[in-house]
Design a binder for this molecule. Structure first.
Ligand code: HXC
Length: 257
């Protein structure tokens, strides 16, 4: 797959997307959005792929939405285009996506990472929502998703002061799931994705959907949803295989059915 702003490749059962605008620190312009959505859609429909990783460079995951591209935009253009709504499509992916973040993840870069299912950070990662310094505010989910990740006080601090947090703080407050040395980041993220991709794909997809449901609904409805989905798993060949493999003390061989 050849793209202008990203590199998309497969590593076994994992789809790897690497942002590739080094001169602009991977700033997210409309072409990056189009390229990422196309690559994700391709991996979504490729039956041999079980999980994806989105990463940037060691210096920058992404330094934000492309300021130079949006600088001259008028209100009516932003409104009529429903500017940034396209990114929502990424959150509709059903296969897991890991964000592997080294260096700067600022503004839209932090928001892109938060749209993924979890974030693995290099030890040099820096997260921030500096939009306030540009006379605006987050527009790709920062005020909503960051608050759900880290709580009101820290989200207000980040959004209102525009300060960056380092990897250690991001792990402490639950924004990232783990920290690894920056030089090993992509390998570690690929390892995690390969592990996921070896499990039953329908089980993985249902588990992702259930966790995401917890953001959208009450606890009682979420628990009911979880139980119903869990019940439906007894119709999977993979449930029979996974439990038989445990009882027979062997490795499960899932067929994704
Ligand atoms: C466009 C960007 C960019 C961005 C960096 N560049 N970030 N271009 N949009 N978001 C470009 C620079 O202009 C420069 O291009 C090149 O990348 C290298 O950047 P430098 O600033 O020279 O690098 P450095 O000194 O190492 O500083 C790194 C940095 C800084 C601290 C990350 O670049 C920075 O503060 N960037 C902006 C971060 C930001 O505000 N992000 C939020 C964007 S708004 P040239 O051509 O000069 O070499 C957003 C949400 C929008 O994301 C929602 C509200 C509408």
């Amino acid at each position: 797959m050849a793209y202008e702003t990203i590199i998309a490749e497969t590593r076994g059962k994992v789809g790897l997307i690497t942002l590739n605008r080094p001169k602009a620190l991977n700033a997210l312009n409309s072409q990056v959005l189009a390229d990422i959505l196309d690559a994700v859609k391709t991996f979504e429909t490729d039956a041999s792929i079980g999980a994806m990783v989105i990463t940037g460079s060691e210096k920058a995951f992404a330094a934000g939405a492309d300021i130079k591209e949006m600088q001259a935009k008028s209100y009516i253009e932003a409104f009529m285009q429903d500017f940034f709504v396209g990114w929502e499509e990424l959150t509709r992916a059903r296969k897991p996506i890991i964000a592997a973040v080294a260096g700067y993840a600022l503004g839209g870069g932090c928001e892109l990472a938060m749209m993924c299912d979890f974030i693995i950070a290099g030890d040099n990662a820096k997260f921030g929502q500096p939009e306030i310094t540009l006379g605006v505010m987050p527009g790709m989910g920062g005020s909503q998703r960051l608050t759900r990740f880290v709580g009101k006080s820290k989200a207000m601090d980040m959004v209102l002061t525009g300060r960056m947090m380092d990897a250690a703080e991001a792990e402490r407050c639950g924004l990232v799931s783990r920290i690894v040395p920056a030089a090993e980041l992509v390998d570690e993220a690929l390892k995690a994705a390969a592990k996921i991709a070896d499990f039953s794909l329908p089980a993985v997809m249902m588990a992702k959907e259930a966790v995401n449901r917890s953001y959208e609904t009450t606890l009682a409805e979420g628990l009911r949803f979880e139980r119903r989905v869990f019940h439906s798993m007894f119709a999977l060949d993979d449930q029979k295989e996974g439990m038989a493999a445990f009882a027979e003390k062997r490795k499960a061989n899932f067929s994704n059915r």
